[in-house]
Ligand binder design. Structure first.
Ligand code: HEM
Length: 421
């Protein structure tokens, strides 16, 4: 196989320690240069002992993301599992049922139903409320003079936003926030493992989701969960009619996970990038009009969703190699975002970068449904910081999560110097 022939046989993208200090940029660069379609042999870390194809160039990742007929988010060939993680998830429980792991036409019909709830128009309606929440969060930590930026700021706003969009009643939000914290945190466990705390919280949240869905069926309101609970899909969705109970419950869980973890990590990565590049921070402080391009650069720089996997639904040829039906194909968004064929000086953090065609939110039919929301949240946090602070410094080691799927953080301790102090 090409991996061995090109001297790339030492590469192991399933070894989580390769991601411990940040993305393995050097490995990705070698792959982009030498093996744009790379067969990753199974290693002792690889789930199911099965190899998979890696796409690392922007052009190739975009090609695969756009062709959802050839590259399924559900499954392909004779597989009994599938989904968008490297490991196979069971069909009918996760793959094929979770909205992001479904294929068209069903996926497209559900997407059409829920898209308006996350549209820029809907977000304009809730932006003032989000700003108030963000202001409260920032006022508190700025007055304190410091915080764990990941826990106290970056994690807080996305969860509050998702709770509002899902229509979680105000009186239940503290419960919801504590469950979400326990299920999304890896402090007491490794990736893929559950601790008693995370398992109990996960079960409680699932039960809560089922109860809330039933409530939304009885008394629909103006929120995304009410739409899912009362969906009446056309026959073309195969089958038509209501979404199944498990589809609805998984949708609730998906939005909480997708809506909080990725955004919190982007906010934290954005702040760290500004701390590490003080000239960029100064440039932003002296010209706020740079904020939109700064947000895009933070998103590219953070590339918090490292990859998504697909399964080939038929044989295909790329870079003169044969992909077989049923093969796993991994789209490394994180590598595409640093492809020197597209980005000038990709390893430079440049808040004026325009255009910035990063693939942080994916591309094609599964393009991130929450992209506008994430952009608003990141903008609000940095607007709020620019209003309030003169400087932010790291005051301790930054702890990263150990994952090849989410580039993220556990703790980001910072000192904050209030404006004019
Ligand atoms: C910076 C923050 C975020 C990043 C980096 C991110 C990344 C992504 C990526 C890469 C995909 C494509 C997955 C694929 O092609 O298999 C995706 C899909 C998705 N995201 Fe996000 N996301 C973010 C924020 C959010 C938020 C705030 C929400 C919730 C409101 C959300 C909900 C979703 C959903 C529901 C999908 C599935 C879309 C589909 O399959 O049609 N995401 N996201």
């Amino acid at each position: 196989m090409e991996g061995t022939a090109s001297g790339l046989g030492d590469i192991d993208l399933t070894d989580l320690s390769a991601f411990e200090d940040g993305p393995p940029q050097e490995v990705f660069r070698r792959l982009r240069d030498q093996a744009p379609l790379f067969w990753h042999e199974p290693t002792r870390h690889t789930p199911e002992g099965q190899g998979f194809w890696c796409l690392t160039r922007h052009e190739d990742v975009a090609w695969a993301a756009k062709d959802a007929g050839l590259f399924s988010s559900c499954t392909g060939g004779a597989r009994t599992g599938g989904g968008t993680l490297i490991e196979d998830l069971p069909l009918g429980f996760a793959a094929g049922v979770l909205f992001n792991m479904q294929d068209d036409p069903r996926h497209q019909h559900i997407r059409r139903l829920v898209t308006p709830s996350l549209s820029p128009r809907r977000l304009r309606e809730i932006e003032d409320e989000l700003r108030r929440r963000c202001d409260r969060i920032l006022d508190e930590v700025v007055d304190r003079g410091g915080c764990d930026f990941l826990v106290d700021v970056a994690a807080e706003l996305p969860l509050q936003a998702i709770a509002a969009l899902l229509g979680i009643p105000q009186e239940d939000r503290h419960l919801f926030l504590s469950w979400a914290d326990a299920t999304l945190d890896y402090e007491d466990r490794e990736l893929g493992q559950t601790s008693t705390r995370s398992a109990e919280a996960g079960a409680a949240m699932f039960a809560y989701g089922s109860k809330l869905l039933a409530e939304k069926r009885r008394k629909p309101a103006d929120d995304i969960l009410s739409i899912v609970a009362n969906a009446d899909l056309p026959q073309g969705a195969q089958p038509g009619g209501p979404m199944t109970d498990i589809e609805q419950e998984m949708f609730f869980n998906l939005l909480i996970a997708a809506g909080s973890e990725t955004t919190r990590n982007s906010i934290a990565a954005g702040l760290l990038a500004l701390i590490e590049h003080p000239a960029q921070w100064d440039a932003l402080r002296s010209d706020r009009r740079l904020l939109p391009s700064a947000v895009e650069e933070m998103l590219r720089w953070a590339s918090t969703t490292t990859y998504n996997r697909r399964t080939a639904t038929r044989d295909a040829v790329r870079h003169e190699q044969q992909i077989r039906v049923g093969d796993k194909v991994v789209l490394w968004w994180q590598s595409a975002n640093f492809d020197e064929r597209i980005f000038e000086d990709p390893m430079v953090f440049d808040i004026t970068r325009t255009p910035n065609p990063h693939l942080t939110f994916g591309l094609g039919p599964h393009f991130c449904l929450g992209a506008s929301l994430a952009r608003v949240e990141i903008r609000l946090v940095f607007e709020g910081l620019l209003d309030r602070v003169d400087a932010v410094d790291k005051v301790g080691p930054v702890e990263r999560t150990r994952s090849n799927k989410h580039a993220g953080f556990r703790h980001v301790p910072v000192r904050i110097r209030k404006r004019g102090r």
